[in-house]
Design a protein around this ligand. Sequence first.
Ligand code: UD2
Length: 321
Amino acid sequence: MSIKFKNALVTGGAGFIGSHLVDALLDEGCAVTVLDNLSTGHLYNLKHIKDSITFYKGDIQNPKTLMKAVRYCDVVFHQAAMVSVPQTVEHPVDSARINDIGTLMVLDAARKNNVRRVILASSCAVYGTDPNLPKTENMQPRPFSPYAVQKLTGEFYARLYYDLYKLETVCLRYFNVYGPRQDPSSPYSGVISIFMNKAVSQKQPLIYGDGNQYRDFVFVKDAVRANLLAATSEGAGGGIFNVGTGSSVRVRQLWKEICRMSGTDIAPRYESPRPGDIRESLADISLAKSALGFEPEYKFEKGLEMTYNWYKESVKSEVPD
Ligand code: UD2
């Protein structure tokens, strides 16, 4: 891909998706600045490129640090957030400060520094309780967590900055992103990271419900490509796009696949469904295809294998979490 910008800021660049994005931007010859308060991100994720980036340890809510980080950037990828849904349920006000005010501050810093385009990490959480599948961007959002409301608010602000200030903004609604570097250590971590951790340490996984619930799992490198396309595609400004694959995998089937890959044969433990969980999730990605040229490149088996290899290696080298 040939990108048309030289200087990029990645907020949350030490995190799971952010750090992969930093790698891709460097590969494209971009000068990259990272702003991260390391609350959930890890310097470990940037160790291999630490001499090639400008790193600011700081909060998006600190105007001074934010202005310093955004200066000279033509594109901002805003990944920093409180990313756990249950955490935002426990801390609705604190999370709103980070996810709403923080996002507004990033947009405003971009406006004041004449940034060309801002890409916001949004979420399929905004679809909430709507049972219709697959999800299309024109469905009425029905958020049912503070996290979902906050992501939706970010989208509204993005659109407002586009209309009012002519700042080009693009919102990407991530479905279930997975891959190397996803931190499995919290009970609210992504199911793939938890299952990988169980498989490599030969422990029994827990399946909530009957395991027939399904998700649209998208490999992190595909999510990164969607970001680069969103930053470069003509006419994408003001848009909102699903980032998924358009196909789904059941949780039960996911564990089976990981067992096959790892030579494990541990039967999962089943518990009642997790409160608030949606049953099924699936993206319609036709808009991202037609407007951005987005096409997922990693088949599920391939992405899962790359992820498994990473977890296997990181257990060997005892990656700090
Ligand atoms: C995803 C996003 C979340 C939000 C939400 C919107 C992740 C990590 N989270 O939550 O940020 O956007 O979508 O709907 O991408 N499960 C098990 N065993 C486990 C862990 C999970 O059975 O040990 C099940 C869980 O009950 C659910 C499925 O796996 O049915 C996926 O869970 P998840 O936490 O990975 O992601 P999800 O879809 O709840």
